[in-house]
Write a protein that binds this ligand. Sequence first.
Ligand SMILES: *Cc1c(COP(=O)(O)O)cnc(C)c1O
Length: 493
Amino acid sequence: MPSTQSNTTKSAILAVIPSVDRVLNMAATEVLILEYGRMPVVKAIRAMLMELRDNAARTNTLPQFDEPAIHAHLQAQLQLASQPALRPVYNLTGTVLHTNLGRAQLPDAAIQAVINAMTRPCNLEYDIDGGSRGDRDSLIEPLLLELTGAEAATVVNNNAAAVFLALNTLGLRRDVIVSRGELVEIGGSFRVPDIMSRAGCKLKEVGTTNRTHLKDYAESISGKTAMLLRVHTSNYAIQGFTASVAEKDLAALAHQHGLPFMVDLGGGTLANLKKLGLPNEPTPQESLANGADLITFSGDKLLGGPQAGIIIGRKDLIAKIKKNPLKRALRVDKMTYAALDAVLRLYRDPERLTQNLPTLRLLTRSVMEIDSTARILLPAVEQALAGHGTVAITPCQSQIGSGSLPIDLLSSVCLSITPQIRGKGEGSALKKIEQAFRQLPVPVLGRVTDGAFCLDVRCLEEKYVHEFMVQLGQLTLTYDGKSPGYAGEAVKV
Ligand SMILES: *Cc1c(COP(=O)(O)O)cnc(C)c1O
Protein backbone atom coordinates (compact mmCIF):
# COMPACT_ATOMS: atom_id res chain seq x y z
CA MET A 1 0.00 0.00 0.00
CA PRO A 2 1.26 3.48 -0.87
CA SER A 3 0.89 4.89 2.65
CA THR A 4 3.01 2.14 4.24
CA GLN A 5 5.63 2.57 1.58
CA SER A 6 5.67 6.29 2.24
CA ASN A 7 6.02 5.74 5.99
CA THR A 8 8.93 3.38 5.45
CA THR A 9 10.62 5.93 3.23
CA LYS A 10 10.04 8.65 5.81
CA SER A 11 11.75 6.75 8.60
CA ALA A 12 14.56 5.74 6.26
CA ILE A 13 15.07 9.38 5.38
CA LEU A 14 15.09 10.39 9.02
CA ALA A 15 17.69 7.74 9.73
CA VAL A 16 20.04 9.05 7.05
CA ILE A 17 19.78 12.72 7.95
CA PRO A 18 22.17 13.58 10.77
CA SER A 19 21.26 15.41 13.95
CA VAL A 20 22.11 19.07 14.51
CA ASP A 21 24.66 17.95 17.11
CA ARG A 22 26.40 15.63 14.70
CA VAL A 23 26.85 18.39 12.12
CA LEU A 24 27.92 20.79 14.87
CA ASN A 25 30.69 18.44 15.94
CA MET A 26 32.19 17.98 12.51
CA ALA A 27 35.66 19.47 12.11
CA ALA A 28 34.67 21.72 9.22
CA THR A 29 31.83 23.21 11.29
CA GLU A 30 34.31 24.51 13.85
CA VAL A 31 35.82 26.80 11.21
CA LEU A 32 32.37 28.20 10.46
CA ILE A 33 31.68 28.79 14.17
CA LEU A 34 34.94 30.72 14.46
CA GLU A 35 33.98 32.92 11.56
CA TYR A 36 30.25 33.48 12.08
CA GLY A 37 29.58 32.62 15.76
CA ARG A 38 27.82 29.62 17.24
CA MET A 39 24.18 30.79 17.14
CA PRO A 40 24.11 31.69 13.43
CA VAL A 41 25.76 28.34 12.58
CA VAL A 42 23.22 26.36 14.64
CA LYS A 43 20.42 28.26 12.89
CA ALA A 44 21.88 27.56 9.47
CA ILE A 45 22.30 23.84 10.26
CA ARG A 46 18.69 23.57 11.46
CA ALA A 47 17.41 25.28 8.32
CA MET A 48 19.53 23.07 6.10
CA LEU A 49 18.46 19.82 7.76
CA MET A 50 14.82 20.85 7.57
CA GLU A 51 15.25 21.58 3.87
CA LEU A 52 16.92 18.19 3.35
CA ARG A 53 14.06 16.40 5.11
CA ASP A 54 11.42 18.30 3.16
CA ASN A 55 13.16 17.71 -0.17
CA ALA A 56 13.58 14.01 0.53
CA ALA A 57 9.95 13.61 1.59
CA ARG A 58 8.69 15.52 -1.43
CA THR A 59 10.77 13.59 -3.96
CA ASN A 60 10.60 10.27 -2.07
CA THR A 61 14.34 9.75 -2.39
CA LEU A 62 16.99 9.02 0.18
CA PRO A 63 19.38 11.96 0.48
CA GLN A 64 23.01 11.29 -0.25
CA PHE A 65 24.91 12.67 2.69
CA ASP A 66 28.07 14.39 1.56
CA GLU A 67 30.08 16.33 4.14
CA PRO A 68 31.99 18.74 1.85
CA ALA A 69 28.77 19.63 0.03
CA ILE A 70 26.97 20.29 3.31
CA HIS A 71 29.71 22.62 4.44
CA ALA A 72 29.84 24.44 1.13
CA HIS A 73 26.09 24.99 1.45
CA LEU A 74 26.37 26.16 5.06
CA GLN A 75 29.22 28.49 4.17
CA ALA A 76 27.20 30.02 1.32
CA GLN A 77 24.11 30.46 3.49
CA LEU A 78 26.05 31.99 6.37
CA GLN A 79 27.86 34.36 4.07
CA LEU A 80 24.58 35.45 2.54
CA ALA A 81 23.01 36.01 5.95
CA SER A 82 25.99 38.03 7.18
CA GLN A 83 25.85 40.49 4.29
CA PRO A 84 25.11 44.03 5.38
CA ALA A 85 21.78 45.46 4.25
CA LEU A 86 23.45 48.36 2.48
CA ARG A 87 25.68 46.87 -0.19
CA PRO A 88 27.92 48.29 -2.88
CA VAL A 89 26.65 48.00 -6.45
CA TYR A 90 27.96 48.94 -9.87
CA ASN A 91 26.01 51.88 -11.20
CA LEU A 92 26.21 51.29 -14.95
CA THR A 93 22.73 52.72 -15.51
CA GLY A 94 24.11 55.79 -17.22
CA THR A 95 22.63 58.10 -14.59
CA VAL A 96 25.61 59.43 -12.69
CA LEU A 97 23.83 60.98 -9.69
CA HIS A 98 21.28 58.21 -9.19
CA THR A 99 19.01 58.91 -6.22
CA ASN A 100 18.19 55.20 -5.74
CA LEU A 101 21.89 54.33 -5.81
CA GLY A 102 23.07 56.85 -3.25
CA ARG A 103 23.80 59.88 -5.47
CA ALA A 104 27.32 61.31 -5.01
CA GLN A 105 30.34 59.13 -4.26
CA LEU A 106 32.48 60.87 -1.68
CA PRO A 107 36.11 61.83 -2.18
CA ASP A 108 38.81 60.11 -0.11
CA ALA A 109 39.33 63.24 1.99
CA ALA A 110 35.67 63.15 3.05
CA ILE A 111 35.78 59.43 3.82
CA GLN A 112 38.79 59.95 6.07
CA ALA A 113 37.11 62.89 7.79
CA VAL A 114 33.99 60.78 8.46
CA ILE A 115 36.08 57.94 9.88
CA ASN A 116 37.79 60.38 12.25
CA ALA A 117 34.48 61.89 13.32
CA MET A 118 33.04 58.44 13.99
CA THR A 119 36.05 57.00 15.74
CA ARG A 120 36.88 59.60 18.36
CA PRO A 121 35.12 62.33 20.32
CA CYS A 122 35.13 65.60 18.40
CA ASN A 123 34.26 69.29 18.84
CA LEU A 124 30.84 68.95 17.19
CA GLU A 125 29.25 71.53 19.47
CA TYR A 126 32.24 72.68 21.45
CA ASP A 127 34.22 75.89 21.09
CA ILE A 128 37.78 74.75 21.78
CA ASP A 129 39.19 78.30 22.12
CA GLY A 130 36.52 79.53 24.49
CA GLY A 131 36.13 76.24 26.34
CA SER A 132 32.38 76.49 26.07
CA ARG A 133 29.38 75.14 24.21
CA GLY A 134 29.49 75.82 20.46
CA ASP A 135 27.18 75.84 17.46
CA ARG A 136 27.56 72.94 15.04
CA ASP A 137 26.89 75.20 12.05
CA SER A 138 30.02 77.18 12.88
CA LEU A 139 32.01 74.15 11.67
CA ILE A 140 30.86 74.77 8.12
CA GLU A 141 29.69 78.38 7.95
CA PRO A 142 33.02 80.19 7.36
CA LEU A 143 33.88 77.92 4.43
CA LEU A 144 30.42 78.32 2.89
CA LEU A 145 30.68 82.10 3.22
CA GLU A 146 34.16 82.10 1.70
CA LEU A 147 33.03 80.04 -1.31
CA THR A 148 29.68 81.73 -1.96
CA GLY A 149 30.04 85.26 -0.62
CA ALA A 150 26.90 84.86 1.50
CA GLU A 151 26.40 86.56 4.90
CA ALA A 152 25.33 83.42 6.75
CA ALA A 153 24.71 79.71 6.27
CA THR A 154 23.13 76.71 7.94
CA VAL A 155 22.82 73.01 7.13
CA VAL A 156 19.92 70.56 7.48
CA ASN A 157 19.18 66.96 6.51
CA ASN A 158 18.52 67.48 2.79
CA ASN A 159 17.33 70.14 0.41
CA ALA A 160 13.69 69.18 0.92
CA ALA A 161 14.21 69.93 4.62
CA ALA A 162 15.98 73.19 3.75
CA VAL A 163 13.02 74.40 1.66
CA PHE A 164 10.54 73.20 4.28
CA LEU A 165 12.35 74.89 7.16
CA ALA A 166 12.80 78.19 5.33
CA LEU A 167 9.13 78.25 4.28
CA ASN A 168 7.92 77.32 7.75
CA THR A 169 10.09 79.98 9.37
CA LEU A 170 9.27 82.88 7.07
CA GLY A 171 5.90 82.04 5.59
CA LEU A 172 3.79 80.42 8.32
CA ARG A 173 0.08 81.16 7.64
CA ARG A 174 1.04 83.63 4.94
CA ASP A 175 1.27 83.66 1.13
CA VAL A 176 4.29 82.44 -0.80
CA ILE A 177 4.21 83.47 -4.44
CA VAL A 178 5.47 80.97 -7.05
CA SER A 179 5.16 80.78 -10.82
CA ARG A 180 2.85 78.04 -12.18
CA GLY A 181 5.77 76.92 -14.35
CA GLU A 182 7.81 76.02 -11.26
CA LEU A 183 5.46 73.78 -9.27
CA VAL A 184 7.84 70.87 -9.65
CA GLU A 185 7.83 67.32 -8.40
CA ILE A 186 11.24 65.82 -7.74
CA GLY A 187 11.48 62.05 -7.54
CA GLY A 188 7.86 61.50 -6.55
CA SER A 189 8.07 62.63 -2.96
CA PHE A 190 9.16 66.25 -3.16
CA ARG A 191 6.34 68.35 -4.59
CA VAL A 192 6.43 72.09 -4.14
CA PRO A 193 2.68 72.47 -3.36
CA ASP A 194 2.79 69.63 -0.78
CA ILE A 195 5.90 70.91 0.96
CA MET A 196 4.35 74.35 1.00
CA SER A 197 1.12 73.24 2.70
CA ARG A 198 2.96 71.03 5.22
CA ALA A 199 5.18 74.00 6.03
CA GLY A 200 2.01 75.92 6.85
CA CYS A 201 2.26 78.33 3.94
CA LYS A 202 -0.35 79.33 1.47
CA LEU A 203 0.78 78.75 -2.09
CA LYS A 204 -0.07 81.64 -4.35
CA GLU A 205 0.39 80.48 -7.93
CA VAL A 206 0.94 83.14 -10.56
CA GLY A 207 1.21 83.20 -14.34
CA THR A 208 0.73 80.13 -16.50
CA THR A 209 2.65 76.91 -17.08
CA ASN A 210 4.65 78.31 -19.98
CA ARG A 211 4.67 82.05 -19.35
CA THR A 212 4.91 84.12 -16.21
CA HIS A 213 5.57 87.87 -16.22
CA LEU A 214 6.79 90.32 -13.62
CA LYS A 215 3.33 91.94 -13.45
CA ASP A 216 1.83 88.53 -12.48
CA TYR A 217 4.00 88.57 -9.37
CA ALA A 218 3.44 92.29 -8.73
CA GLU A 219 -0.35 91.99 -8.89
CA SER A 220 -0.52 89.17 -6.39
CA ILE A 221 1.56 90.83 -3.68
CA SER A 222 -0.60 91.81 -0.71
CA GLY A 223 -0.40 92.38 3.01
CA LYS A 224 -0.46 88.59 3.46
CA THR A 225 2.58 87.94 1.29
CA ALA A 226 5.55 86.38 3.09
CA MET A 227 8.00 86.03 0.21
CA LEU A 228 8.60 85.41 -3.48
CA LEU A 229 9.96 81.96 -4.34
CA ARG A 230 11.81 80.80 -7.43
CA VAL A 231 12.16 77.02 -7.84
CA HIS A 232 14.79 75.84 -10.27
CA THR A 233 12.91 73.56 -12.67
CA SER A 234 15.77 71.14 -12.53
CA ASN A 235 14.28 67.96 -13.96
CA TYR A 236 12.30 69.30 -16.89
CA ALA A 237 12.37 72.14 -19.38
CA ILE A 238 9.53 74.18 -20.72
CA GLN A 239 10.33 74.92 -24.33
CA GLY A 240 8.71 76.90 -27.10
CA PHE A 241 6.58 79.96 -26.33
CA THR A 242 7.87 80.63 -22.86
CA ALA A 243 8.62 83.51 -20.56
CA SER A 244 9.94 83.66 -17.06
CA VAL A 245 11.13 86.54 -14.96
CA ALA A 246 14.85 87.06 -14.35
CA GLU A 247 16.01 86.57 -10.75
CA LYS A 248 17.27 90.15 -10.70
CA ASP A 249 13.81 91.51 -11.45
CA LEU A 250 12.12 89.22 -8.93
CA ALA A 251 14.60 90.29 -6.26
CA ALA A 252 14.02 93.96 -7.05
CA LEU A 253 10.22 93.53 -6.91
CA ALA A 254 10.41 91.66 -3.60
CA HIS A 255 12.69 94.30 -2.09
CA GLN A 256 10.40 97.13 -3.23
CA HIS A 257 7.76 95.57 -1.00
CA GLY A 258 10.17 94.77 1.83
CA LEU A 259 9.82 91.03 1.16
CA PRO A 260 12.50 88.36 0.96
CA PHE A 261 13.19 86.53 -2.31
CA MET A 262 14.15 82.88 -1.99
CA VAL A 263 15.62 80.55 -4.63
CA ASP A 264 15.45 76.75 -4.39
CA LEU A 265 18.29 75.68 -6.66
CA GLY A 266 17.99 71.93 -6.10
CA GLY A 267 21.29 70.68 -7.43
CA GLY A 268 23.33 73.84 -7.06
CA THR A 269 27.01 73.47 -7.75
CA LEU A 270 29.70 75.88 -6.61
CA ALA A 271 31.80 75.22 -9.71
CA ASN A 272 31.45 76.70 -13.16
CA LEU A 273 30.29 73.59 -15.03
CA LYS A 274 30.39 75.27 -18.42
CA LYS A 275 34.13 75.81 -18.01
CA LEU A 276 34.43 72.06 -17.45
CA GLY A 277 32.61 71.33 -20.71
CA LEU A 278 29.38 70.36 -18.93
CA PRO A 279 25.87 71.78 -19.37
CA ASN A 280 25.48 75.08 -17.57
CA GLU A 281 23.93 74.92 -14.12
CA PRO A 282 23.04 78.02 -12.08
CA THR A 283 25.18 78.53 -8.99
CA PRO A 284 24.26 79.92 -5.55
CA GLN A 285 26.84 82.66 -6.16
CA GLU A 286 24.89 83.83 -9.24
CA SER A 287 21.58 83.86 -7.35
CA LEU A 288 23.21 85.87 -4.55
CA ALA A 289 24.58 88.34 -7.07
CA ASN A 290 21.08 88.59 -8.54
CA GLY A 291 19.83 89.71 -5.16
CA ALA A 292 18.34 86.50 -3.71
CA ASP A 293 17.98 86.70 0.08
CA LEU A 294 17.95 82.94 0.70
CA ILE A 295 19.21 80.08 -1.44
CA THR A 296 18.77 76.38 -0.78
CA PHE A 297 20.60 73.50 -2.49
CA SER A 298 21.46 69.81 -2.02
CA GLY A 299 24.72 68.48 -0.64
CA ASP A 300 24.68 65.21 -2.59
CA LYS A 301 23.70 66.35 -6.05
CA LEU A 302 26.14 68.33 -8.19
CA LEU A 303 28.01 69.55 -5.12
CA GLY A 304 29.26 65.96 -4.84
CA GLY A 305 29.06 65.66 -1.06
CA PRO A 306 26.99 63.93 1.61
CA GLN A 307 23.19 64.11 1.80
CA ALA A 308 22.45 67.56 3.19
CA GLY A 309 20.46 70.68 2.54
CA ILE A 310 22.39 73.92 2.57
CA ILE A 311 20.76 77.28 3.20
CA ILE A 312 22.77 80.43 2.57
CA GLY A 313 21.78 84.08 2.54
CA ARG A 314 20.92 87.08 4.68
CA LYS A 315 22.16 86.97 8.25
CA ASP A 316 18.86 88.03 9.89
CA LEU A 317 16.87 85.43 7.93
CA ILE A 318 19.33 82.59 8.64
CA ALA A 319 19.24 83.59 12.35
CA LYS A 320 15.42 83.25 12.33
CA ILE A 321 15.65 79.88 10.60
CA LYS A 322 18.13 78.62 13.19
CA LYS A 323 15.78 79.65 15.99
CA ASN A 324 12.90 77.60 14.56
CA PRO A 325 12.45 74.54 16.83
CA LEU A 326 12.18 72.42 13.67
CA LYS A 327 15.86 73.14 12.96
CA ARG A 328 16.64 70.82 15.87
CA ALA A 329 14.54 68.10 14.26
CA LEU A 330 16.17 68.53 10.88
CA ARG A 331 19.77 68.97 11.97
CA VAL A 332 22.54 66.77 10.61
CA ASP A 333 25.06 64.65 12.48
CA LYS A 334 28.82 64.92 12.85
CA MET A 335 29.48 62.61 9.91
CA THR A 336 27.68 64.98 7.56
CA TYR A 337 29.60 68.02 8.85
CA ALA A 338 32.88 66.12 8.51
CA ALA A 339 32.17 65.03 4.94
CA LEU A 340 30.71 68.36 3.86
CA ASP A 341 33.69 70.26 5.25
CA ALA A 342 36.12 68.02 3.35
CA VAL A 343 34.14 68.33 0.10
CA LEU A 344 33.85 72.12 0.36
CA ARG A 345 37.59 72.40 0.92
CA LEU A 346 38.15 70.83 -2.49
CA TYR A 347 36.32 73.79 -4.07
CA ARG A 348 39.14 76.05 -2.90
CA ASP A 349 41.29 74.42 -5.57
CA PRO A 350 39.15 74.55 -8.73
CA GLU A 351 41.96 73.36 -11.03
CA ARG A 352 42.11 69.97 -9.39
CA LEU A 353 38.41 69.65 -8.65
CA THR A 354 37.65 67.26 -11.54
CA GLN A 355 40.46 65.06 -10.31
CA ASN A 356 39.58 65.07 -6.62
CA LEU A 357 35.80 65.16 -6.59
CA PRO A 358 34.31 61.85 -7.86
CA THR A 359 31.05 63.41 -9.11
CA LEU A 360 32.83 65.87 -11.38
CA ARG A 361 35.48 63.28 -12.30
CA LEU A 362 32.75 60.93 -13.55
CA LEU A 363 30.78 63.66 -15.28
CA THR A 364 33.84 64.96 -17.14
CA ARG A 365 35.31 61.54 -18.04
CA SER A 366 36.28 61.59 -21.72
CA VAL A 367 34.59 59.33 -24.26
CA MET A 368 38.05 58.05 -25.23
CA GLU A 369 38.76 56.93 -21.69
CA ILE A 370 35.32 55.33 -21.28
CA ASP A 371 35.79 53.57 -24.61
CA SER A 372 39.15 52.14 -23.61
CA THR A 373 37.65 50.74 -20.38
CA ALA A 374 34.81 49.22 -22.42
CA ARG A 375 37.37 47.50 -24.66
CA ILE A 376 39.15 46.01 -21.65
CA LEU A 377 35.84 44.63 -20.34
CA LEU A 378 34.49 43.31 -23.63
CA PRO A 379 36.24 39.88 -23.78
CA ALA A 380 35.49 39.15 -20.10
CA VAL A 381 31.79 39.97 -20.50
CA GLU A 382 31.62 37.90 -23.70
CA GLN A 383 33.19 34.95 -21.96
CA ALA A 384 30.90 35.26 -18.92
CA LEU A 385 27.83 35.18 -21.16
CA ALA A 386 29.00 31.77 -22.42
CA GLY A 387 27.09 31.98 -25.69
CA HIS A 388 23.86 33.20 -24.09
CA GLY A 389 24.31 36.67 -25.48
CA THR A 390 26.43 38.83 -27.76
CA VAL A 391 28.18 42.02 -26.71
CA ALA A 392 28.85 45.12 -28.76
CA ILE A 393 30.56 48.38 -27.86
CA THR A 394 28.15 51.14 -28.81
CA PRO A 395 27.88 54.88 -28.23
CA CYS A 396 25.30 55.95 -25.67
CA GLN A 397 24.31 58.97 -23.62
CA SER A 398 24.72 59.36 -19.87
CA GLN A 399 22.51 61.58 -17.77
CA ILE A 400 23.72 63.75 -14.91
CA GLY A 401 20.74 62.67 -12.82
CA SER A 402 19.26 63.92 -9.55
CA GLY A 403 17.06 66.44 -11.18
CA SER A 404 19.60 67.91 -13.54
CA LEU A 405 18.13 68.56 -16.94
CA PRO A 406 17.39 65.22 -18.59
CA ILE A 407 17.81 66.91 -21.96
CA ASP A 408 21.45 67.67 -21.15
CA LEU A 409 23.10 64.37 -22.09
CA LEU A 410 26.75 63.39 -21.99
CA SER A 411 28.31 61.27 -24.74
CA SER A 412 29.38 57.91 -23.38
CA VAL A 413 30.08 54.30 -24.34
CA CYS A 414 28.24 51.16 -23.32
CA LEU A 415 28.52 47.41 -23.55
CA SER A 416 25.30 46.50 -25.26
CA ILE A 417 24.26 42.91 -24.59
CA THR A 418 21.62 41.19 -26.70
CA PRO A 419 20.36 37.66 -26.03
CA GLN A 420 21.35 34.88 -28.39
CA ILE A 421 17.75 33.75 -28.71
CA ARG A 422 15.77 35.78 -31.24
CA GLY A 423 12.04 36.08 -31.59
CA LYS A 424 10.08 33.89 -29.18
CA GLY A 425 11.71 33.85 -25.74
CA GLU A 426 13.95 36.82 -26.53
CA GLY A 427 12.28 39.07 -23.99
CA SER A 428 12.59 36.62 -21.12
CA ALA A 429 16.18 35.81 -22.12
CA LEU A 430 16.99 39.53 -21.91
CA LYS A 431 15.35 39.66 -18.50
CA LYS A 432 17.48 36.71 -17.36
CA ILE A 433 20.65 38.46 -18.47
CA GLU A 434 19.68 41.60 -16.56
CA GLN A 435 18.84 39.45 -13.52
CA ALA A 436 22.10 37.48 -13.67
CA PHE A 437 24.15 40.69 -13.57
CA ARG A 438 22.03 41.98 -10.72
CA GLN A 439 22.64 38.79 -8.73
CA LEU A 440 26.44 38.99 -8.81
CA PRO A 441 28.16 39.47 -5.42
CA VAL A 442 28.50 43.18 -6.22
CA PRO A 443 25.30 43.65 -8.25
CA VAL A 444 25.82 45.14 -11.70
CA LEU A 445 22.96 47.46 -12.62
CA GLY A 446 22.44 48.57 -16.20
CA ARG A 447 19.43 49.61 -18.20
CA VAL A 448 17.29 47.74 -20.67
CA THR A 449 16.61 49.70 -23.86
CA ASP A 450 15.60 48.65 -27.36
CA GLY A 451 15.97 44.92 -26.75
CA ALA A 452 19.45 45.23 -25.25
CA PHE A 453 20.90 45.27 -21.75
CA CYS A 454 23.21 48.29 -21.69
CA LEU A 455 26.08 48.79 -19.30
CA ASP A 456 27.17 52.43 -19.51
CA VAL A 457 30.87 52.27 -18.67
CA ARG A 458 31.17 55.94 -17.60
CA CYS A 459 30.90 55.14 -13.89
CA LEU A 460 33.23 52.13 -13.91
CA GLU A 461 36.53 53.66 -12.91
CA GLU A 462 39.84 51.93 -13.38
CA LYS A 463 40.28 50.97 -9.72
CA TYR A 464 37.19 48.71 -9.95
CA VAL A 465 37.88 47.10 -13.33
CA HIS A 466 39.74 44.14 -11.85
CA GLU A 467 37.08 43.36 -9.24
CA PHE A 468 34.40 43.71 -11.90
CA MET A 469 36.06 41.20 -14.22
CA VAL A 470 36.86 38.68 -11.48
CA GLN A 471 33.29 38.46 -10.26
CA LEU A 472 32.01 37.97 -13.81
CA GLY A 473 33.24 34.40 -13.35
CA GLN A 474 30.21 33.90 -11.10
CA LEU A 475 27.66 35.00 -13.68
CA THR A 476 25.10 32.21 -13.93
CA LEU A 477 22.80 32.03 -16.89
CA THR A 478 20.29 29.21 -17.25
CA TYR A 479 17.37 28.99 -19.60
CA ASP A 480 15.54 26.15 -17.90
CA GLY A 481 12.72 28.32 -16.63
CA LYS A 482 14.32 28.91 -13.25
CA SER A 483 15.96 32.12 -12.19
CA PRO A 484 19.77 32.27 -12.43
CA GLY A 485 21.16 30.37 -9.53
CA TYR A 486 23.83 32.36 -7.75
CA ALA A 487 21.99 33.55 -4.69
CA GLY A 488 20.93 30.93 -2.24
CA GLU A 489 20.22 28.03 -4.57
CA ALA A 490 20.18 24.86 -2.47
CA VAL A 491 23.22 22.68 -2.91
CA LYS A 492 22.27 19.12 -3.76
CA VAL A 493 23.48 16.80 -1.04
C1 LIG B 1 16.40 67.70 -5.69
C2 LIG B 1 15.61 68.89 -5.44
C3 LIG B 1 14.99 69.08 -4.21
C4 LIG B 1 15.09 68.07 -3.10
O1 LIG B 1 16.41 67.96 -2.66
P1 LIG B 1 16.88 66.70 -1.76
O2 LIG B 1 18.30 67.00 -1.43
O3 LIG B 1 16.68 65.51 -2.62
O4 LIG B 1 16.00 66.68 -0.57
C5 LIG B 1 14.26 70.22 -4.03
N1 LIG B 1 14.13 71.15 -5.00
C6 LIG B 1 14.73 71.00 -6.22
C7 LIG B 1 14.54 72.06 -7.25
C8 LIG B 1 15.48 69.86 -6.47
O5 LIG B 1 16.07 69.70 -7.66
